[in-house]
Design a protein around this ligand. Structure first.
Ligand code: NAG
Ligand code: NAG
Ligand code: CA
Length: 263
């Protein structure tokens, strides 16, 4: 270190050299892996919790909650369990993320994009749902990825499997959310201008359904609406809805979780 400083011609160069070095040191200490799947593969005894990850090709590390299950490490990007964290938020908050990683949160579209971008990336999306009667259901999709911000983080999913039904593709034709951009109350990509539902003309799915989502003529899935308590959780237009699982009366789930595993 002393030698380096002694031979530095310019003070500026010395300062840059030192800054670079301390950043490299900080990274070596803090980053646990490229995603939760890699952390679990490298260290099978790793337990569920908050980790720092840095996907390949992404400049900045960020924190995520890893669900370490027997079938691998899953990077959680959405969790709902109660009313504390409001999901009625605008575009920038859905982009950056909000909530508490250990509890209810949305990881952020820019982070989900970072986790799934790149030609060689192949991620599985898993949706877990809990009802108020003790039941659970899940949906899994292969080939999950998002478009970039210029494409409004449009949703791409492949084949479905599970027992919750394929609510992303919808309970009837023409409301498939696959391929649709993300909408919030201040960013409209919902395909309604307006949509006609019975005698209601609907312009803004984000406003009526609540929260941000990949709405397509609204559609059958929206896990970012308002959370409702037991006994008062049916018939709300804004809820935690997966209508291929519970319907046709809109049933708002007790809890939900969305997460990805790299293949
Ligand atoms: C993750 O990184 C933190 C901070 O460097 C470290 O304390 C922890 O042991 C790491 N966890 C694993 C599973 O590698
Ligand atoms: C991604 O992985 C799934 C499951 O292994 C496979 O079925 C699918 O064909 C893969 N897709 C691509 C584009 O490689
Ligand atoms: Ca609209």
């Amino acid at each position: 270190m002393w030698n380096r400083m002694k031979f530095c011609g310019l003070v500026l160069v010395c300062v840059i050299g030192l800054t670079d070095q301390s950043q490299a040191q900080r990274k070596r200490v803090v980053v646990n892996g490229t995603d939760c799947t890699q952390i679990k593969t490298r260290l099978p005894q790793a337990t569920s919790g908050v980790y720092v990850i840095q996907p390949a090709g992404v400049k900045y590390p960020f924190k995520v909650y890893c669900e370490m299950l027997v079938d691998g490490g899953w990077t959680v990007f959405q969790r709902r369990t109660g009313p504390e964290v409001l999901f009625d938020k605008k575009w920038n908050q859905y982009k950056q993320g909000f909530g508490n990683l250990k509890k209810d949160h949305w990881l952020g579209l820019k982070h989900i994009y970072a986790l799934t971008k790149g030609r060689k990336k192949n991620s599985t999306l898993r949706v877990d749902l809990w009802d108020f009667e003790g039941g659970t259901a899940f949906a899994e999709y292969s080939d999950f990825r998002l478009g970039n911000e210029g494409e409004a983080y449009k949703l791409h999913i492949g084949a479905y499997r599970g027992n919750a039904g394929d609510a992303i593709r919808g309970t009837y034709a023409g409301i498939d959310q696959n391929g649709f951009g993300f909408s919030t109350s201040d960013k409209d990509n919902d395909g309604c201008s307006p949509c006609i539902f019975g005698d209601i003309a609907q312009n803004d799915c984000s406003f009526s359904n609540g929260g941000g989502w990949w709405f397509s003529k609204c559609g059958s899935a929206d896990l970012n609406g308002d959370w409702h308590p037991a006994g008062n959780n049916i018939f709300w237009s804004s809820g935690i809805h997966w209508k291929t699982w519970k319907g046709p009366a809109p049933y708002s789930a007790k809890a939900s979780r969305m997460m990805i595993r790299s293949v």
